[in-house]
Design a protein around this ligand. Sequence first.
Ligand code: HEM
Ligand SMILES: *[C@@H]1O[C@H](CO)[C@@H](O)[C@H](O)[C@H]1NC(C)=O
Ligand SMILES: *[C@@H]1O[C@H](CO)[C@@H](O)[C@H](O)[C@H]1NC(C)=O
Ligand SMILES: *[C@@H]1O[C@H](CO)[C@@H](O)[C@H](O)[C@H]1NC(C)=O
Length: 508
Amino acid sequence: MAMTMMTMTMPGFPPLSVVGLVFPSLLLLLFFLHRLISSIGNKTSKQPLKCYPLVASSIDIYRNRHRRNQWLSELLLQSPTATFVLQRPLGLRQVFTANPANVRHILKSHFHLYPKGLYLHTALSDFLGSGIFNSDGPHWKSLRQISSHEFNTKSLRTFVHSVVRSELSLRLLPILSSAASSSNSTLDLQDLLQRFAFDNICNITFGHDPRCLLPSLPNTLFASSFDDAVRISSERFNCVLPLFWKTKRFLNVGSERRLKKAISLVRDFARTIVKQKKKEFINLTNTNHPNNANNAAAQDLLSRLILSNNNGGEDDETLGVDMVISFILAGRDTTSAALTWFFWLVSRNPRVEAEILKEIKGIEEEGSRDDGGMMVYEEVRREMGYTEAALCESMRLYPPVPTDTKEAAEDDVLPDGTEVRKGTRVAYHPYTMGRMERDPYEYPVFQAGPRVCLGKDMAMLQMKSVVAGVMRRFRVVPVLAEGAEPVFIADLTAKMKGGFPVRIEARE
Ligand code: HEM
Ligand SMILES: *[C@@H]1O[C@H](CO)[C@@H](O)[C@H](O)[C@H]1NC(C)=O
Ligand SMILES: *[C@@H]1O[C@H](CO)[C@@H](O)[C@H](O)[C@H]1NC(C)=O
Ligand SMILES: *[C@@H]1O[C@H](CO)[C@@H](O)[C@H](O)[C@H]1NC(C)=O
């Protein structure tokens, strides 16, 4: 009996006896390492990277974990080629670059050598499955083809426009309006914009209304679980050693336990909707001409994808769930981050504010209003050039995706001479690129090359609609101590630390 226990194996794991010995000592070692590094505290310095045996530069990484972007930026700006190599434990190296020639090499000319890779895939696959964000090779290519076809249809764009418009007039503007009429009410504009973006992207991707942006600002389970899943998944990247989170996952404790709960809630919910939609389509196509199904229900992305690849089956369902989750992730915190920083910058630049107002009012005077007095689709798309430029400029300084990581598939040498070994993670850093005075201006805020953001036009359309809708009626006044600057932080996407407290004033 004892023997069978001792030699019993689980698939993929060493015998229990080995696990019994190695595991506790490993945990103990990890625990001490963690304590050692933690005890060093938050001291931040602009000194060059320190590298020690065993822990390599982990101490600096840990010290700067609360200001990672700013720290990486300082290091990149100190380097003559805007590129440096970070040493991680166990001889692992990670390359960071803000050098335009390197970035072009990674994203475009040598795209095939720089997939997302195994490290990222392992950290994100519990949550994202094999969605477009988390896949490479032929699978990514086919997802990209299917999705980009749908993203590029005019009917999707008009649908997006109508979703944004109704959410603006029914949800966001009324909340701002009641804030404006009470003399003393401070709002967290970042929170409102995140709720707005979440309601929006859920309708666009799978025709669901999570009702996050209601006047009571409810805490909805789907949204908060999605939040937890993103945050904890991205904390996996910053773990000193991946073994640490993998051990926690194996033991189902701490943050990994919370992550598991959040993920299963989000994925189960998405699966319910995917199932429901498929059933609806089967009913519709059985009772009507297929074209009717097309017109009646194929508004959101999921419905479009189901209709264009209708072959049923369990696999298909998982693919649907993966797609939905990647799209929500893509569209959720990106536009809200961009708009949050935009409103902050506009409040500091009265000249820009005046130009934007002039542009919005100009279009309104000559334009063709719909019933709700809102701009129609073509106007928002074509005629807000100055506003679009201002949005781009604000994303240059505060990119919603401030850093992005690939993994070398082969040994390679970057244009600036940095050697890259197979398996090395290579990250480029738009946050720094937007702040480099010495190099030619480059703008990889939406990435570039074959994997460039699929939602760029959709995002621009949404953001311009929000800017026009809000600025035409209201002035956004930050409630910050005199001279205080909001702090830029990021997990997978950027945020304003602690939110963006504002007062809302009605114009005129
Ligand atoms: C200001 C807003 C946005 C910014 C700055 C932005 C930026 C980016 C970036 C940097 C990537 C590359 C990420 C990577 O490969 O690791 C990306 C990919 C992507 N974005 Fe956006 N995005 C925005 C809004 C949106 C919206 C609203 C959608 C709509 C769903 C969207 C859909 C996607 C998709 C599907 C991909 C994956 C493309 C692929 O891997 O082939 N994005 N975006
Ligand atoms: C380090 O900074 C974080 C966030 O700013 C703070 O919560 C924590 O208490 C700080 N730790 C020490 C040792 O100062
Ligand atoms: C999605 O938006 C459209 C257009 O405004 C609206 O008619 C529809 O009711 C919304 N769907 C959900 C589930 O909220
Ligand atoms: C405004 O609100 C703040 C905090 O909610 C409160 O401390 C303050 O007394 C209020 N002022 C007025 C004039 O109502």
